[in-house]
Design a protein around this ligand. Structure first.
Ligand SMILES: *[C@@H]1O[C@H](CO)[C@@H](O)[C@H](O)[C@H]1NC(C)=O
Ligand SMILES: *[C@@H]1O[C@H](CO)[C@@H](O)[C@H](O)[C@H]1NC(C)=O
Ligand SMILES: *[C@@H]1O[C@H](CO)[C@@H](O)[C@H](O)[C@H]1NC(C)=O
Ligand SMILES: *[C@@H]1O[C@H](CO)[C@@H](O)[C@H](O)[C@H]1NC(C)=O
Ligand SMILES: *[C@@H]1O[C@H](CO)[C@@H](O)[C@H](O)[C@H]1NC(C)=O
Ligand SMILES: *[C@@H]1O[C@H](CO)[C@@H](O)[C@H](O)[C@H]1NC(C)=O
Ligand SMILES: *[C@@H]1O[C@H](CO)[C@@H](O)[C@H](O)[C@H]1NC(C)=O
Ligand SMILES: *[C@@H]1O[C@H](CO)[C@@H](O)[C@H](O)[C@H]1NC(C)=O
Ligand SMILES: [Zn+2]
Length: 453
């Protein structure tokens, strides 16, 4: 019965939306606040963000991809692919075949990005649609010869206000209309590194600033009349954990630095041995009880981090809160990049707009599930990806879903009703069979039946 009602209702809603969407194509703004650890939401106050969630949806934990670094995770969000499949496997990379280097300061060669097709490119290949970006890793690179129609070259010195002003101007004024847009902000990542997430006082101040920026964002969208029709996703790439000078792994104490090249250092080191891989592996293997050392072919399957030339022959994965160094002191009080099953590495996701339910909370999705959801909202055919659209159905008004607790409830309810009914029937039968005066007679009649036939 309930299901029927839901079905009818969602049918009605889709009907109405179908009608109005002739004039207004669905639009989506994807926002990332870098390094927004999921449990900041529980441990600090976010009045503006909570208002946003109250009228929208919240996913409390987003399981991101390994390694839990900025460039790889931002590219997974917009492609739905694990790092081994989209090719941005770290913030610092080296390709042995072409001998090219990649770093967050030298990232403009499309070679690195072309193993995947990000959603802003797909969106732009549709007739009458364009994409815009107020930064996001990759948006200032001509991936498959295409940049967003409107974008900014990456620069950390451009204020949030300028990014917001320009992206909203593009959302309003462009022809063909901008239907997919991104907005990126460096905090709270920068402060998380500097102070460490356990510095409550400084993190309180920084996170209050973030909340005020979200307040500005919502206010601006309302003033410009974008609020009701624009879908907005606010999410992040990874979390943050506390590091300490008492938790250092010094590679120089274990191995001569001339026997290998370090492509990336911490908390996941990418090691390219110069001559003898086995020798380097054996030395690193016994270097510290606080890191795992893997030959490329032995990297655990759950990381989905193996099948790409840009993944080096040996990787070292530090335990949570440990820092790999080269005979140096602690570089940062907070860091990320660790095992993606650690909840400290997870970001959250909140969303608001005509595509989303209002006031719905969901426990978890994977970051690769965001891509098929965004394609669905924009009416785009997704490229092959590692996400599951079904995981996000409960967030969307035009889908119906039963979440697990509800399903269990329904099954238990149904069982209860059934057992009660069966019980009642048995009791009734017993009560009826005892005093019924003609039961014997009836039995006899039954016995006669075969004879009649
Ligand atoms: C649906 O379209 C018709 C004809 O264009 C219009 O009159 C009506 O108001 C629309 N309904 C909604 C809910 O948008
Ligand atoms: C694209 O826009 C033009 C001009 O507004 C319109 O004539 C055309 O039908 C549109 N095409 C699609 C596929 O919406
Ligand atoms: C980005 O930088 C390049 C090279 O400096 C320049 O040619 C281009 O015009 C810039 N693009 C934008 C949108 O600012
Ligand atoms: C934002 O838009 C203003 C006005 O068009 C322009 O002058 C400025 O260069 C833009 N900012 C960036 C970072 O592109
Ligand atoms: C190796 O260590 C020596 C001594 O600390 C240092 O001078 C040199 O720069 C290091 N080489 C590399 C490649 O890091
Ligand atoms: C590499 O080092 C291992 C262990 O020291 C040794 O057994 C092996 O022979 C070496 N291989 C080569 C090709 O030198
Ligand atoms: C590492 O530091 C120690 C003490 O500070 C020093 O004796 C040693 O030579 C250094 N090793 C390298 C490879 O830099
Ligand atoms: C992820 O998706 C890509 C593209 O469909 C596929 O090639 C790859 O095998 C998938 N990875 C996993 C672990 O399923
Ligand atoms: Zn980041």
């Amino acid at each position: 019965m309930k299901l029927l009602v839901i079905l009818l209702f969602s049918g009605l809603i889709t009907g109405c939306r179908g009608n109005s969407s002739h004039s207004l194509p669905p639009k989506l703004l994807l926002v990332s606040f870098d390094g927004f650890r999921a449990d900041y939401l529980q441990n600090y106050e976010f009045p503006h963000l909570q208002n946003f969630i109250k009228e929208g949806v919240l996913v409390e934990h987003v399981k991101n991809v390994f390694i839990t670094k900025t460039f790889p995770n931002h590219y997974s969000i917009v492609t739905g692919l694990y790092e081994e499949s989209h090719g941005i496997v770290a913030n610092s990379m080296y390709d042995v075949i072409t001998k090219k280097h990649f770093s967050d300061l030298d990232d403009k060669d499309p070679f690195w990005w072309n193993e995947a097709v990000p959603i802003w490119v797909t969106n732009q290949l549709q007739e009458n649609r364009s994409s815009a970006a107020a930064m996001w890793p990759g948006t200032d690179v001509p991936i498959h010869n295409t940049t967003p129609s409107y974008f900014m070259n990456y620069s950390s010195s451009v204020s949030f206000e300028e990014r917001l002003n320009n992206i909203t101007t593009w959302l309003i004024n462009s022809n063909p209309p901008v239907t997919f847009a991104t907005l990126y902000w460096e905090e709270p990542d920068a402060s998380g590194h500097k102070y460490g997430p356990e510095d409550k006082e400084n993190m309180y101040r920084v996170l209050k600033e973030i909340d005020d920026l979200i307040g500005e964002l919502v206010h601006k969208l309302k003033v410009l009349g974008l609020w009701e029709n624009l879908n907005v996703i606010i999410t992040s790439d990874h979390g943050m954990t506390q590091c300490s000078k008492d938790r250092l792994i010094n590679l120089d104490r274990c191995i001569d630095n001339s026997s290998y090249a370090l492509i990336d250092l911490t908390p996941v080191a990418a090691v390219l041995p110069k001559i003898n891989t086995t020798e380097v592996y054996n030395k690193l293997k016994v270097c510290s009880p606080h890191m795992n050392v893997y030959l490329k072919e032995d990297i655990p399957a759950r990381f989905h981090y193996q099948h790409n030339n840009r993944i080096q022959p040996i990787i070292l994965v530090a335990d949570e809160g440990w820092t790999i160094v080269l005979n140096k002191s602690l570089p940062k009080l907070g860091d990320h990049g660790y095992d993606n099953s650690l909840s400290s590495m997870h970001p959250f996701l909140a969303a608001h707009g005509p595509a989303f339910h209002k006031g719905y909370k969901h426990n978890t999705i994977n970051s690769v599930d965001i891509y098929p959801m965004m394609c669905h909202i924009l009416g785009l055919k997704p490229h092959p990806n590692n996400g599951t659209f079904g995981h996000t159905k409960c967030l969307l008004v035009d889908q119906w879903c039963i979440n697990l607790p509800e399903a269990v409830g329904i099954v238990i309810g149904a069982l209860l009703v059934l057992t009660t009914l069966t019980g009642l029937i048995i009791i009734m039968q017993n009560r009826l069979s005892v005093p019924r005066p003609f039961s014997r007679l009836q039995l006899q009649e039954d016995d006669d039946d075969p004879l009649i036939e």
